[in-house]
Design a protein around this ligand. Sequence first.
Ligand code: GDP
Length: 177
Amino acid sequence: QAQPQQQVDYVFKIVVIGDSAVGKTQLLGRFTRDEFRFDSKSTIGVEFQTRTLSIQNKLVKAQIWDTAGQERYRAVTSAYYRGALGAMLVYDITRRQSFDHAARWVEELRAHADSSMVVMLIGNKADLVGQRAVPAEDAAEFAEEQGLFFSEASALSGENVERAFLRLLEEIYGVVV
Ligand code: GDP
């Protein structure tokens, strides 16, 4: 595992977007610190978190930005997207509306972000199997239409979180290096 003081070869900015309460902050906490917080939001105001890892023998620092609640007020600004090479577009598999809004978030990306940006659609809360409101097939079809990568995941159990972020980072690496 990379040490923080090591010289990094690349910094990849990634933004996490999606409706409020879909689990964006928890996914970020799971990936960067392998933790899930049962207490309320402690990250409000924190702009980004980082994790350095090795991809193709290069040290890559993932700098992952959280909306910090701004999505509630439709105040996600173009500064948030500036320089971002990748995006995690998150919905909640138990809340259909959060998936229906994914199309709007894709428009938002197309408006603000570089067209080469790598986007991964994440169906979070996959641990809540009994409450599923979005079939994985619907999301896979939408992702294919829109040219997004897709995975379900659970920030709570950790299932697929590492894998999804790694996939995103590897795809970004393929685009920029
Ligand atoms: P954000 O507003 O998109 O950043 O959402 P949060 O990360 O604050 O999570 C919203 C709520 O969903 C919180 O109560 C979390 O504990 C819960 N949550 C987040 N991820 C998961 C998950 O994978 N499974 C379950 N069961 N709950 C989750």
